[in-house]
Design a binder for this molecule. Sequence first.
Ligand SMILES: [Zn+2]
Ligand SMILES: [Zn+2]
Length: 294
Amino acid sequence: MLQDDNKDELDKDLIDLDLDGNLSSSKNSINKEKLSLKMKLKSLKEKYIIISPFNNYNDFYDFSNKTTFKLIWVYSPAKIRYENYIKKYNDKDYERFLDKDYNINKINNLRLLQENSFIQINNEGNLDEFYIKINKLYNYFCENVRPQWDDYFMSIAHIVSNRSNCIKQKVGAIIVKNNRILSTGYNGTPSKLTNCYEGECPRCNSDNINQGEDLDKCFCIHAEENALLEIGKSLSENATLYTTVYPCLLCSKLIIQCGINKVIYDRDYKTEHTDYILNKGKIIIEKWKKKTSL
Ligand SMILES: [Zn+2]
Ligand SMILES: [Zn+2]
């Protein structure tokens, strides 16, 4: 989705390409970078890729479940939107600008569009800088038509976390070897007990306990524990564990003892001594890096 003024210029330039990929207009001044980008975009078009703007959530909705569809969110900071507003409407009234800006967002459900985007582009510079970002996007897109393995497994761990019954936080973990999933786990009370969110675990249901405190009094089994319990030490040896949250001290001990080689986690979670024992246990630990903006 290309949202603002630069979109019009980019579209105009794209239209300037004739069928052989030559520039049909007399824009001799156009630099090589732009030309090579245009050739790339043309080759994308030849591979049946259509670039089209969406201005509201409803238009996008029909495409949202298509496997090969990617929504790109292009945005500008408020300061630049205000400057564009002044130019467009010859009006310097900041309150009126804010009103209009807010209403456009609300009526068109733009927040939902943004939340559903594959990647975001901050369009805060001039047109040349925008072209450079589009160029990066092209390269990124070519590499990520299918998700990379880490992104694939982490997104599955996040889906697994949805089954959690813990009132404090939802966590998901999966154990992977040779790019095959061996087991999954989410956090919650043991199977014959009532769910944590129904009041079973006094620790999780207390308002006075901070993150990482009194874990030894918790009734909930952690996502990593459940995933490791499922397959035991013999199958976990040299596998990678993906977890949506950095492991706690207890899970770290189990991770080492089960022979897990590597842990990839998403959100940070601080508990005492965990870094130390994961280090001592020679666990390779990586924070998952999802590319979300250019
Ligand atoms: Zn709980
Ligand atoms: Zn844990």
